[in-house]
Design a protein around this ligand. Structure first.
Ligand code: ZN
Ligand code: FE
Length: 266
């Protein structure tokens, strides 16, 4: 450590560990070194998460839940009974989540030690889906809202709701790491190339994705900058995307709706 460091910057960044769960889910451990606090984002199953904690000798303090689907909450009861972690989730979903120690909504802040995370409502995939943005760590946990090269299916919300949610995420700093909930990226790339076959950043990314998957490596997290350059759902407002799918003159939401429909049928 140098002696000329600004004292405000003389803290280690929050460490983020991706934990593969089930067949294609990701959970994330967030460890804030100055306090030793550890939070988990989503709990698809307890086993791999308990192993990842044990390997690092970390104690789980909090579980942050993004939405109510089983593949994001099934591990909660065992993790709570084995670690005593406190559970934080959306107030709007309190009736269908495991018992919450704290119910939050957009505008609230969660703390992992000294690291603050802003709660963002990203309804669309479900109504009540939230994301957690940690600006100090440069990471946003989006689960099944904004995903690597895709977005979640609209099981509960409207296209307009999802478009509003994606627009909030698109406005975060471009270097933000997007920690999403599933390894769907290779299939998403095949679809994205049907929308924008001439997007060279997308073609490059599709190659990198194929190479990573061939080696069994995760494609999550991505960066927001990559998503802005290649994710067809985030790019619904761009004139080149509108013309690529013959929707020149349509509104951004109409184009997003059209792309989501094409993906559902892909
Ligand atoms: Zn889901
Ligand atoms: Fe999911």
């Amino acid at each position: 450590m140098g002696t000329l460091l600004n004292p405000d910057e003389n803290t280690m960044p929050m460490e983020i560990v991706t934990v593969p769960c089930l067949s294609d889910n990701y959970a994330f451990l967030c460890h804030e070194p100055s306090s030793g606090m550890t939070a988990l984002v989503d709990a698809p199953e307890a086993g791999p998460i308990l192993n990842a904690l044990k390997e690092r000798s970390w104690t789980l303090d909090q579980i942050l839940i993004t939405h109510h689907h089983d593949d994001h909450i099934d591990g909660v009861p065992r993790l709570v009974s084995e670690t005593g972690a406190k559970v934080i989730g959306a107030a709007a979903d309190a009736h269908r989540l495991p018992p919450l120690d704290r119910a939050v909504a957009e505008g609230d802040t969660v703390m992992v030690g000294q690291e603050a995370g802003a709660v963002i409502d990203v309804s669309g995939h479900t109504v009540g889906h939230i994301a957690f943005h940690f600006p100090g760590a440069g990471a946003v946990f989006t689960a099944d809202s904004l995903m690597a090269l895709g977005c979640g299916r609209l099981f509960e919300g409207t296209p307009a709701q999802m478009w509003t949610s994606l627009s909030k995420l698109a406005a975060l700093p471009p270097e933000t790491r997007v920690c999403s909930g599933h390894e769907y990226t290779a299939a998403n790339a095949r679809f994205a190339l049907t929308i924008e076959p001439a997007n060279s950043a997308l073609a490059d990314r599709a190659d990198r994705i194929a190479a990573a998957r061939a080696q069994g490596k995760p494609t999550v997290p991505s960066t927001l900058a990559e998503e802005l350059a290649t994710n067809p759902f985030l790019r619904s407002g761009l004139s080149e995307v509108k013309s690529a799918i013959n929707m020149v003159g349509a509104t951004d939401v109409e184009v997003f709706t059209g792309i989501r429909r094409l993906k559902d049928a892909f």
